[in-house]
Design a protein around this ligand. Structure first.
Ligand code: NAP
Length: 249
């Protein structure tokens, strides 16, 4: 049995992506901190796709020791696709940002993603059909004033994953590495980034995608050989080759 691992599956893009992979009959390992949300997702999947195996794993991936443990605890499963989607935003100027939140964000968005990507590549890059998809952001390609540190964390995700895709290609590895770069998407993201109880996308955002639309774009990227799937300023989804210049080839 092969599995698709999705971090941050308890809400938003990860939740809808889990439903989209389940609809294709893919067995899932769903990861986040909130057990109740993961259980709700599992029962929703099993109502419509009883043949799909769903494994729940709770982990706080902003603690890097947990990232190693989480990977180690999955060794008994054969992983086909690994999606590092869990991420956190911080909407403040640099002078106002909470360093406690920023530390947690950098550990989750950068360190945990790098650890999990590295371990997966080490074990599976020779396996045909494997994919690593890291979720960056349109703000991983253009700096957003009002969330510079978050933007910079996503620059890391984009540069790391685009570079890895080239490295795998040069080594004739079987694994593909890809970057999904959403723009504004209606999820719990803004609530967490702005530390508010609710966020009304309809009133405050001129344009956005739903999490279900974004999961559809994730599947387009999954089905395609391009390295980057990015939402542009007009909110069109584009599949592209590496965007950052690559040296050392
Ligand atoms: N929504 C947007 O506008 C937007 C735009 C561009 C990029 N993105 C990126 O898309 C990805 C998914 O975000 P989303 O929009 O779907 O937001 P979301 O609804 O807030 O989902 C975030 C997911 O990450 C999980 N998570 C957060 N902190 C975690 C931790 N410490 N350990 C483990 N899991 C954790 C959350 O689960 P628990 O709370 O249960 O742990 C949740 O499942 C993120 O990487 C985000 O940066 C979002």
């Amino acid at each position: 049995m092969k599995y698709t691992v999705i971090t941050g599956a308890s809400s938003g893009i990860g939740y809808e992506t889990a439903l989209a992979f389940a609809a294709r009959g893919k067995n899932l390992i769903i990861v986040a901190r909130r057990l109740d949300k993961l259980e709700e997702l599992k029962s929703k999947i099993q109502d419509s796709h009883s043949d799909v195996d769903v494994i729940i794993r709770t982990s706080d991936l902003s603690d890097t020791a947990n990232s190693y443990k989480h990977y180690e605890n999955l060794k008994e499963y054969q992983v086909e696709t690994w999606i590092n989607n869990a991420g956190l935003g911080e909407s403040s100027s640099v002078s106002d940002q909470s360093l406690e939140k920023v530390e947690s964000m950098l550990r989750l968005n950068i360190e945990s993603l790098t650890i999990l990507s590295t371990l997966f590549v080490r074990d599976y890059s020779h396996v045909e059909g494997t994919q690593l998809i890291n979720v960056s952001s349109a703000l991983g390609y253009a700096t957003y004033i009002g969330g510079i540190t978050y933007s910079a964390s996503k620059y890391f995700v984009s540069a790391f994953t685009e570079g890895l895709a080239k490295e795998l290609e040069l080594k004739s590895a079987k694994m593909k590495a890809k970057v999904l770069a959403p723009a504004v998407t209606e999820t719990e993201f803004e609530k967490t980034a702005q530390d508010v109880e609710e966020f009304d996308y309809k009133n405050f955002m001129p344009m956005y995608h739903t999490a279900k639309q974004m999961a559809g774009f994730m599947m387009e990227l999954y089905d395609n050989d391009k390295v980057v799937g990015i939402v542009d300023e007009s909110y069109n989804f584009n599949l592209r080759d590496q965007i950052y210049p690559i040296l050392g080839v």
